[in-house]
Design a protein around this ligand. Sequence first.
Ligand SMILES: *Cc1c(COP(=O)(O)O)cnc(C)c1O
Length: 461
Amino acid sequence: MNHDDLRHWSKRAADWAHDYHSTLRERPVRARTRPGEVRAWLPAHPPEAPEPMERIFADFEAIVPDNMTHWQHPRFFAYFPANAAPASMLAEQLVNAMAANALLWQTAPAATEIEQVMIGWLREALGLAPHFTGTIHDSATTATLSAVLTMRERALGWAGLREGLSGAPVLTIYASDQNHSSIDKAARIAGIGQDNTIKIATDESLSMRPDVLDETIRLHKSNNRLPAGLILCAGGTSVGAFDRIAECVAVAKAHDLYVHVDAAWAGSAMICPEFRPLWEGVNRADSIVFNPHKWLGAQFDCSVQFLADPAPQIRTLGLRPEYLETPGADEITNFNEWTVPLGRRFRALKLWFVLRAYGLEGLRERIRNHVAWARELAGEIAAIPGFQIVTQPSLSLFTFRYRDSDAETEALLERINDDGRIFLTQTRHVGKYVIRVQVGQFDCTREDVMCVAEVLRELAG
Ligand SMILES: *Cc1c(COP(=O)(O)O)cnc(C)c1O
């Protein structure tokens, strides 16, 4: 296989991709694979001699597509979306062809500068204050880890980086029980610990209680603990909870805590001004993460972190040994100093393509449709006997339950996903097993969304 062959096979791959996407609705959304099935088809040992691409491609077609869950299927309503708009796929092909590592400005000037401009475009698109800069990570998990490490070091006066944590005071960070597990993971990895990741009680609207936050921080201070930061939830993964950011940030700032807002899913919706009251107060945050790779159409991986001031994070994560110096260059940004990994993909190109190919109006229209259709669908489901909406739509996410029974709801979910026309997933809310529906696939239609009610009517009872 050489670059001339690559030209031929790239065209084959483009044709394959077109056929795949144009026939997705005929496929079951969730893979029907049994565990171990794919492994069993592959030879146990690597080939010694080169194989013809014809055979490799044929095996791909025979083995892979039928054993995938189809995230770009227009009736994928599980988890959160991982949208890949066609313009994003095209950008990724070009990135793939150059295969650059954007670790330093010098190693990929266009990648670095387009990244800077895209952060500016997105800041404006989301209605954030002009002081925010930022960077692109692989995932929200990494962005949150970066923020938690920064919280830790800022609270320790940057002593932890040199001395380790063994002699350090016991650090605490705060979040609500609606936050994503990536906060727990970050606290574990950052050496803060799960037990020092304090889950503040929420009220009946599932928002963190600022009075409880304040009391808890005061108590910890009087017990010689060192409160380091607050992580707020703007669109929780389970049922779409929002903290009242303005009130909670005010408490955190009064105690000099670093504030990170996790808007991994819901951040994309903020391109629509009417949804921005949901994260009122966000401009006082130190760090905000949102995933264009979820709802905006820039495919995985593409997670944007906005920073009010990048200096504390660069001080925490940045290292510049001699072999990473760029002689004679000041005034440049080396984004590896803002992030955990050294090597970085050119992720900004797909943002550039997506924002231009659809325009903010095109993207807003999709998100507004998703929100409207989710509300309409929730109304339909509520009217089917035996079904109960447990959490009302938060943007385009709601949950329901069947016959008010964990077992019946779980059994129904299995029937739904075996059926294959749609794909839904579960969560637990206030102790009860519920089924989640999120509407957000880039190309889904109102008909695709209403198909959920049809499937439920058919498969219930
Ligand atoms: C999806 C999600 C995450 C994790 O996102 P990754 O990019 O997969 O790490 C974190 N927080 C929230 C609220 C999410 O919805």
